[in-house]
Write a protein that binds this ligand. Sequence first.
Ligand code: HEC
Ligand code: HEC
Length: 281
Amino acid sequence: MSSMRGKLRLRYLLPAGVVVAVALGGILMTVTAGASASRAADGAQTVADLPAPSIHYVRKFTSSQVHEGEVLFEQTCSACHGPQAAGTALAPDLQGVGPATVDFWVSTGRMPLASSAAEATIKPSRFSAKQTLAIAAFVASLAPTSPNYPDGVPVVDTKNANLALGDRLFVLNCAACHTITGAGDALANGAYAPTLHLATTTQVAEAIRTGPGEMPVFGPGELSNKQVADIVAYVTGPIQHPENPGGIGLGGVGPVAEGLVALLVGVGALMLVAFWLGERA
Ligand code: HEC
Ligand code: HEC
């Protein structure tokens, strides 16, 4: 009789204890994770003495680059933009837009357009990086770059970039249109903010500094070169290569929901063990 009661007690107390222990463990882990996340964010503000992440702007081109670009422009662009890129009824004036604007539109496949009725969208580029730079060099040789555009193609060094700051700047300046995961989204005015998962370091910096289409321009007054490099590092790092530090990704439904699934599966397994133990006692 007493062994029967003991069996019963074990049967109900053990699972209850397991549930309480797992729940406490879950709360503890959430609290410590939050603490270390905010510690990382605080640390970001105090590392001002690190060597600045650098962007340098390539603006010197050789005459053979300009010549190669002139031939390519003549073959693929001048029918719409005019032989001196001064614009026609079919396409806008490119004089003064600077080499970064041309490099961005050609390297992302937006240009050349198949027809003037077509949409300028991301496509595999028709040209090699070298040819693209040559076309940019030719257009840049026609007129000085207007002060509203970056004077040169940005080359970003993300070695010393601050990912925590990049994360924060991205949330503040970019996520409203491109979403927090960089997947892209439709905008209210019928425009579309595309995915950020395809852009190279140079293209991200070019987009920020030149503001293609409906995207605003972020000039040096809004974002410093260091801040641009931090954002570029964040986009080409964690955004393009998301990790799943919690183990198996459940389609990115979020840490709370994933934690809940882990809790339910874990508790379920432990309860089976507890019942099994109770059965044997
Ligand atoms: C079929 C006509 C057509 C051809 C060919 C074409 N373009 Fe364009 N281009 C356009 C139109 C139209 C726009 C405006 C598109 C927009 O704003 O969405 C444009 C926009 C651009 C812009 C952006 C200008 C700005 O101020 O934002 C650049 C740079 C550009 N083209 C470069 C080129 C280059 C370089 C080539 C050749 C490799 C080329 N285009 C070929 C029609 C054309
Ligand atoms: C108001 C909405 C808006 C904001 C804010 C915005 N963008 Fe954009 N972005 C766009 C749109 C729209 C395009 C597409 C332009 C086009 O193709 O005509 C674009 C294009 C881009 C591209 C080109 C992607 C590719 O592969 O061709 C990159 C990279 C980019 N944005 C990065 C950023 C970053 C980084 C920020 C924050 C500093 C930002 N954007 C802020 C709307 C926005």
